[in-house]
Design a protein around this ligand. Sequence first.
Ligand SMILES: C[S@@+](CC[C@H](N)C(=O)[O-])C[C@H]1O[C@@H](n2cnc3c(N)ncnc32)[C@H](O)[C@@H]1O
Length: 252
Amino acid sequence: MKHTKQQVDAARESFDAILHTPSYREIHGDDDHLEALIGLIDVGDKARLLDLGTGDGYVAFEMARRWPSRSIVGVDIANEAVARNNTKAAELGSSNAAFHAYEGVWLPLQNRDFDGVTCRYAFHHCPEPRVTVSEMSRVLKPHGIVVLSDPIPSPLDEEGFIDEFQRLKPDGHMRFHPQQVLIGMFDAEGFDLVDSFESSVRFPRTVDARYEALLEGTPDSVRDAYEIEIDGDRVMITVTVVNALYARRASG
Ligand SMILES: C[S@@+](CC[C@H](N)C(=O)[O-])C[C@H]1O[C@@H](n2cnc3c(N)ncnc32)[C@H](O)[C@@H]1O
């Protein structure tokens, strides 16, 4: 549990320092991706939607804007981002959007209160992923759906290069889960994968001796799988993202 708190504290500190910056949005924003992801959400007109790991509310504000009759709740560990989001919601007059901070594992939300959960680029930070899926299940109504968008490791990356690479930046990265592992976690909570599409995200890191050592020891096949390019003190890397719609199996 101490380990969990340390991971969450590292993620909070790192994300609260960057979530409001233009360069963060430049790297993590992708309007085509947002459109396609929102296209997976299949819920009723008066639905309540939870955006887990909402960050600066990239997904949550778009859902609130396009669906005034649906109510959107964003949850994140990043307290300052959450406060900023609530200020922004008030400024925009987005009365159907509200944001809450939490401690990173147990959702401060009632049972069976939501019709859908979205979670974009945040699940790999969750220190107890199986508990997080169980928490999603708990807060969803019986017909609830989950739209999960998260990077996956390359099948060629058998030594766990990508997680090692990501952990060189202290932002609470836990693990990119292979798609079969994700399907297994949702299956255990009674959800089936019903739709999915792949996309990708490309981002930079500033190279130092640790990156150099890791990259030097990494086979070309793995470097190529992540389209790694080094230019001066900058390395660019691309990761495949799986965007998945899970729906609860009809019981019995
Ligand atoms: C890469 S950002 C994605 C933000 C937003 N969903 C988006 O699409 O731009 C990752 C987010 O996950 C949040 N996060 C980190 N650990 C978390 C946890 N244990 N539970 C929920 N969110 C977490 C971070 O604070 C950050 O806002």
